[in-house]
Each structure stands twice: as structure tokens, then as C-alpha cells.
Design a binder for this molecule. Structure first.
Ligand SMILES: [Zn+2]
Length: 476
């Protein structure tokens, strides 16, 4: 029997014929039909933006672009790209929301902001009731696709603040019929205890915070591996797709971890990992177009090569997003590399980092992702930080590692030697200094961990801030 949609799935009913896909119709379209669907939706979204958004109307006129020029998906490239700076400049010129939105606050029901970790102030994004329905729908693809069902109980370890984070996931859980435990305004200890008390089967957290919860559980003597939790939904950081980090999370929780990625600028996720865990994330291609471009030339890169993701969303009406340059580094491969039967292409390895993440130290390229992958091979490291500095005439790189409580000097000696060797081996022999940090000295993060500090570009930045243990986190 063909299942058309899983909406309205009974919360505590008898099992009905059930599809592994949230939207069986679109998730299994072949490329030709998917392209046709995207083109129709793209035209409609461009017409909407041209008529209703002052910013797009002006930009389209400047570039002599009209939505009627969209005759095939190739014509997408006629649409001028949108950058974060464009958005910010518009916000500054016409505060508080700028002219990208099709209406002001009066037409919306909520405003969210980016977490503001990258320099200039946060972006502000407006959403209507209809937008929120779409935001939840997008998350449904992910949570249903990894096997979450109405009988699950989800613990959402998230601050529920102005950062959009897991808000959409919360509504998606409700839409599917999952029992939600909103874990806002709680200490990490209280969250661990609530996960156990409510017998949560699903936990949503950033990868960093999933590790933090596991550390806390260990200190409290709570056995997460023996708990009811079977799945973790990870989001908010590229670390969720680093195999070593994911393996460590799965090991500590005795559960499967599924990577997703989204951004405040589209309000929701645009990729998710299916139950097959193909080592990457499916792009929700009936709701977004994802291009992978060379960040310098803006030409498309071949399939299987790294480039910057540029996103066009069809679903957010109040704040249209057409060809938005995300700065995320990705590598797109065909849908057929996964065995789940979806027609949606895959970002191999998820979001690989940021285009501008790379640091050059004495001629060697250093990526935060590569360092994290090595450090996570050593589960005795509780937290770490990479510090790049300029001393005398040359650049130095130091890995500061904080060990689990009770680690001996001898264990540290072996560990630091192994870390030194592994890091050098992965970086053309580059000499990493390895330093032991005191217990609790390094910053802890709830979302968007920042573990690489480049003192060459910001000489006054503090290396650690023990007084404020979670500088990038929302109020827990
Ligand atoms: Zn799949």
C-alpha cells in the first residue's frame, strides 16, 4: 500500500502501514522530476520576492533579472547571490529588520537571531505562522527519517532563547506525536536526571553538549549506556559529522547519533542523516536548492569536490532566501551512495567546516575538524583548545588538553606523546606543543563550540576564561 503522508499518524494507536520516509512521494522522486519540481517552486519564490521584498526588487532590477528568465535550473545562476554582509547592511540601513523581509514585525509571530559568534551583530529573521509550519515540516524529514516515531519521548537539551536552534525540532516532534520534554533553563546535572526520570528515548543536543551530558552523567554515576535513550539528534556544529566525535558520542550513550544541519538564515535544517547512516546527510531537495560553488569564482564545482554551499529556500515566505552564500564547506555526492532509496543527494561527511576555517601555520594548512578528529580518538581527553600564536619570528600552535578527573602523570605522559605524534603525522610534521590544562580550566560550550583561537589576528583575546565557563552558550 502506498503511504502518501505520515501526518496524522496516531499517537498511541495500532501500528499502521508505515513508510521509512516522511514524505514518500517527494523523497523518492527521480532526478528529472525533482528538477521539474524545484524549477516550479523556484519561479514561484522569485516572483514572490520580486513583488514583496524591497531588497530583492531593487537587486533584481540592478542585475536585470526577472523571474520569467527561469526556464531551466541552469538559469538559477542568473539570480544574484545574497551574502551575510548584504543582509547586515540592509538591517543597519533600515533597522531593525532591513528590507529583505516582505513585511515588518506586524506580519510575523516571532523573531530569531543568529548566535552572533562571527564578528558583527546578529542577523534578525522574521517568521509568520505559515513559516513556522514549514520550519517544523523540514525537521520532520530528519526525525522521521532516522526512525523516531510517536511512541518516543524526546528530551531537548536546548536553551529555548532567541537563537533558533532546536525550536523547529520541538514543533516537529509535536507534529509527529512524540512526547516532548523541553529541557530549557536547566543545569547540565538537572538535564541528565530529567533524561533518566522521563525515560527519554531521544535526546537532541549539539555534539559538544552531547559529550558534556555524558561527562556529567559519569560524574553523577548515571549509566547512560543502560538508559532508555536509543537515538541522539545532533545539530548546531559541524562536529556532528566528524566520524570520531560521532563514534565517541555513540559509545558514551550506547545509542545511535544522527547528524543534521540548519541555520538561522533559513530557520530550519536543510540536511539530515537517514537511518542508514551513510556517512553524510541528505539534502531536503523538494524544499531547498543547494549549489556547491568555488568560493572565489562562484562557478559550480564538480560532483565529489569541495566547495561553498549556496542555499535557496522555497519555504520561508517572510524572509525569502535566494542563493544565500553560507560560507559552509561541503562535498556533494549522488543519492545513490546511500541505500535508503531516497532521491535526495548527499553531503558526504556533512558540513565539513567553514570556508574561512583554515589556518596556515608555517605553510601547513590546519583545519579545526582535522584536529578534533584526532583528539576524539583519545576518550580520556575531556576538553581541548588549539591556540595559534606568533612568538619571536615564527608561528606556534599549541594543543591544550584537559583530562578526565583522576588521570595520572604517567597517563598524561603517554597521552601527550601520542597526541604529538598523531597531530604531526597529519600535518606534514608540524610541531604541535601539547599542554595539560587544569581540570575545569577550558571553556565548556552548549552550542557552537569555539576551540581554535588565533592570537595572531586578535592579540588581546583571552586564551581561556575560567570565570565564565561557557562564553558561546545560551542561558542554560
Ligand atoms: Zn539515506
Amino acid at each position: 500500500m502506498e503511504v502518501r503522508s505520515n501526518v496524522g499518524y496516531p499517537r498511541r494507536g495500532v501500528t499502521v502501514t508505515e513508510s521509512p520516509y516522511w514524505n514518500p512521494k517527494t523523497e523518492t522522486l527521480d532526478r528529472e522530476r525533482l528538477d521539474a519540481l524545484q524549477l516550479t517552486k523556484l519561479r514561484r519564490q522569485c516572483e514572490w520576492a520580486a513583488v514583496r521584498s524591497p531588497w530583492y526588487r531593487r537587486r533584481f532590477a540592478e542585475e536585470r533579472f526577472e523571474p520569467t528568465q527561469l526556464r531551466s535550473l541552469e538559469d538559477l545562476r542568473r539570480i544574484p547571490p545574497l551574502t551575510r554582509d548584504d543582509w547586515m547592511a540592509s538591517q543597519e540601513a533600515k533597522p531593525p529588520y532591513g528590507e529583505i523581509p516582505v513585511a515588518g514585525g506586524e506580519a510575523a509571530i516571532r523573531v530569531h537571531t543568529t548566535s552572533g559568534t562571527t564578528g558583527r551583530g546578529p542577523l534578525r529573521a522574521l517568521d509568520s505562522r505559515k513559516d513556522w509550519a514549514w520550519i517544523a515540516e523540514m525537521w520532520c524529514y530528519g526525525i522521521w527519517g532516522c526512525g523516531i516515531r510517536p511512541l518516543d519521548t524526546a528530551y531537548i537539551a536546548f536553551g529555548y532563547g532567541s537563537f533558533i536552534g532546536f525550536w523547529g525540532l520541538h514543533y516537529a516532534m509535536e507534529k509527529v506525536g512524540v512526547l516532548n520534554v523541553p529541557g530549557g533553563a536547566q543545569s547540565t546535572e538537572a538535564r541528565v536526571l530529567q533524561i533518566v526520570d522521563f525515560a527519554a528515548t531521544v535526546v537532541a543536543a549539539t555534539p559538544t553538549y552531547a559529550l558534556r551530558l555524558a561527562q556529567e552523567a559519569e560524574q553523577l554515576g548515571v549509566d547512560l549506556r543502560g538508559s532508555t535513550v536509543t537515538r541522539l539528534i545532533l545539530s548546531g556544529e559541524p562536529a556532528g559529522s566528524i566520524p570520531q566525535t560521532k563514534a565517541l558520542i555513540e559509545e558514551l550513550w550506547g545509542a545511535k547519533a544522527f547528524d543534521t544541519a540548519g541555520m538561522t538564515e533559513i530557520g530550519t535544517i536543510m540536511v539530515f542523516e537517514c537511518a542508514y547512516q551513510p556517512g553524510g546527510t541528505h539534502i531536503i531537495e523538494d524544499h531547498v536548492i543547494e549549489e556547491v560553488l568555488d568560493p572565489v569564482t562562484l562557478e559550480p564545482v564538480p560532483v565529489g569536490e569541495r566547495g561553498e554551499r549556496v542555499v535557496t529556500s522555497f519555504g520561508r515566505g517572510t524572509t525569502p532566501l535566494l542563493r544565500y552564500r553560507t560560507g559552509d564547506l561541503v562535498c556533494r555526492v549522488p543519492a545513490s551512495t546511500c541505500g535508503c532509496g531516497r532521491g535526495f543527494d548527499i553531503y558526504e561527511g556533512g558540513i565539513l567546516g567553514r570556508v574561512d576555517d583554515m589556518k596556515v601555520i608555517r605553510g601547513t594548512n590546519v583545519y579545526p575538524r582535522a584536529i578534533e578528529a584526532i583528539v576524539r580518538e583519545f576518550p580520556e581527553v575531556e576538553e581541548f583548545q588549539t591556540v595559534i600564536s606568533h612568538e619571536g619570528i615564527r608561528d606556534e600552535v599549541t594543543l591544550r588538553a584537559e583530562l578526565k578527573a583522576g588521570a595520572s602523570e604517567r597517563a598524561w605522559g603517554q597521552l601527550s606523546a601520542a597526541l604529538h605524534r598523531r597531530l604531526a603525522h597529519a600535518h606534514e610534521g608540524l610541531n604541535f606543543r601539547i599542554e595539560r590544562a587544569a581540570p575545569g580550566e577550558l571553556p565548556r560550550f552548549e552550542l557552537k563550540a569555539k576551540r581554535m583561537i588565533d592570537l595572531r589576528s586578535a592579540p588581546a583575546a583571552p586564551v581561556t576564561s575560567p570565570a565564565t565557563p561557557a562564553p558561546a552558550a545560551t542561558t542554560p
